[in-house]
Ligand binder design. Structure first.
Ligand SMILES: Cc1cc2nc3c(=O)[nH]c(=O)nc-3n(C[C@H](O)[C@H](O)[C@H](O)COP(=O)(O)OP(=O)(O)OC[C@H]3O[C@@H](n4cnc5c(N)ncnc54)[C@H](O)[C@@H]3O)c2cc1C
Length: 232
């Protein structure tokens, strides 16, 4: 483990914050870190940029993190397989809720080299924490953008894309696949998965999938072709 200095804790809403570090990590979009929140636990978090994580408070440690007052955090990693970075493609990025975190880093890495359409949905406007160009926003309560889900939004746009990236709840990823499957090959649909994890680098086995792949080591980013059983 090594330590980083906290540069800023930026609250986007009551439950969501971006915590940035003074030091950038050698990392790629889609990779995660095991973040040690001192006096609490260590939690896996995707990088939302080389020097930040964007966190939704769901339990004790993440609540402590979004209100963090100490100057130092502990880090192991970055770990895991990143998103494939494409060039000169028509790209669709789909984010559900806090699933936007790794996709923010991805978008920033792809935007100068590709034609990107972003579809970003959440329950309500306070959960929409980033802005993107050429983005269709959806909220379930209609407080921002189109009323409905990202899946409703996908039914309204032309799905002529070369590559699709997605992160959000697994039900959402499955529902997205149902809509896009006639337009996109399994190999060109990538998404990031979450499982309970401890070691972060393929030793403890706590994040293993039904087919034996480990989310921390073989993922968290997978091509749909590698984990067909999850989406079909
Ligand atoms: C690879 C990966 C990347 C992630 N990236 C982000 C991110 O960018 N932003 C974000 O807000 N959250 C992210 N998460 C989820 C985040 O790790 C959990 O919300 C966090 O661990 C909850 O800890 P807690 O103590 O606050 O809550 P707890 O009280 O421990 O748990 C609350 C909920 O979180 C789940 N959870 C708890 N510990 C883990 C764990 N070690 N791994 C996975 N799920 C857990 C529990 O099943 C429970 O449903 C990611 C998880 C993984 C596996």
């Amino acid at each position: 483990m090594f330590c980083v200095e906290v540069a800023e804790v930026k609250k986007h809403s009551e439950k969501i914050a971006t915590i940035s570090f003074k030091q950038s990590l050698r990392s790629f979009p889609g990779q995660f870190i095991m973040l040690n929140v001192f006096d609490h636990e260590e939690v896996p978090l995707s990088l939302s940029s080389p020097n930040s994580v964007t966190v939704k408070a769901v339990g004790e440690t993440t609540n402590a993190l979004i209100n963090y007052k100490k100057k130092i955090l502990g880090i192991r990693g970055p770990f895991g397989r990143p998103f494939k970075l494409v060039k000169n493609k028509r790209v669709l990025i789909i984010a559900g809720g806090i699933g936007v975190a790794p996709l923010k880093f991805l978008y920033d890495s792809l935007k100068n080299y590709n034609e990107i359409k972003f579809v970003y949905g959440a329950k309500s406007r306070d959960e929409i924490v980033f802005q993107f160009e050429n983005c269709l926003y959806t909220t379930e309560d209609g407080s921002l953008g189109m009323k409905g889900t990202v899946v409703d939004a996908l039914k309204k746009i032309d799905l002529n894309f070369d590559f699709v990236y997605c992160c959000g709840k697994e039900e959402m990823i499955r529902a997205v696949w149902k809509v896009i499957s006639s337009y996109i090959d399994l190999e060109n649909f990538q998404f990031s998965l979450e499982r309970y994890m401890r070691c972060g680098f393929g030793v403890c086995g706590s994040c293993s999938l039904e087919n034996g792949l480990l989310v921390c080591r073989d993922g968290p980013v997978f091509n749909a072709s590698e984990v067909k059983f999850l989406i079909l």
